[in-house]
Ligand binder design. Structure first.
Ligand SMILES: NC(=O)N[C@@H](O)C(=O)O
Ligand code: NI
Length: 181
């Protein structure tokens, strides 16, 4: 099974797929008489179709253990989808660009380690794997499109990938929960 190595999540690297929601290293300005720091406009909610509205939900994700098996991807063509941990649960964001024929480019699949203090906002139509909280159960705020029309295309990969916790760039490697939990 092909190994899909992890990458450190940063704004530039993730830009083709969505936004990184984080305060670390980002600009802020004071509000509320200086008692609050606002980290402004970290991501945009994208809505398509006729009836959709932006909605705020919560989700409790089961703990996934390494190695992770990546056998499918999904996308939401009508809206973006943000995943923001409530208590800094690390998770893995697996994404891919569009390929030929309205399917993901399997050769260009990438896996990002979403560390404590980070979240992601998948842009509309971005191929991604469903939530995989790493090592422990985690609660998340989910911001996405609420509408009557179904909006989740699934695609089964021709080649299953495995995420074993290794990083593409050893300098980015962080200690991850041990395999098997
Ligand atoms: N369906 C749902 O709310 N979750 C998935 O879209 C996901 O990306 O985990
Ligand atoms: Ni999704």
């Amino acid at each position: 099974m092909a190994i899909l190595k992890l990458e450190r999540l940063d704004k530039e690297a993730f830009a083709p797929f969505g936004d990184v929601i984080e305060m670390g290293g980002r600009p802020w300005f004071p509000i509320n008489g200086g008692t609050t720091r606002r980290y402004h406009d970290l991501g945009r909610i994208q809505l398509g179709g006729d009836d959709g509205q932006a909605g705020i939900s919560m989700a409790r994700g089961d703990a996934f253990q390494l190695p992770l098996r990546i056998a499918m991807l999904e996308r939401h063509s009508l809206g973006s989808q943000a995943w923001i941990p409530c208590s800094q649960t690390p998770f893995i964001a697996v994404v891919a660009p569009d390929g030929a024929g309205d399917r993901p480019d399997e050769a260009a699949i990438r896996a990002f380690y979403v560390g404590p203090g980070q979240g992601v906002n998948y842009h509309r139509g971005t191929w991604h794997h469903p939530l995989m909280a790493l090592g422990r159960q985690g609660d998340f705020i989910v911001i996405d499109r609420i509408g009557d029309a179904p909006d989740c295309d699934e695609y089964v990969l021709h080649e299953v990938r495995s995420i074993d916790g290794s990083f593409r760039n050893q300098a980015d490697a962080v200690a991850l929960p041990p395999a098997g939990g």
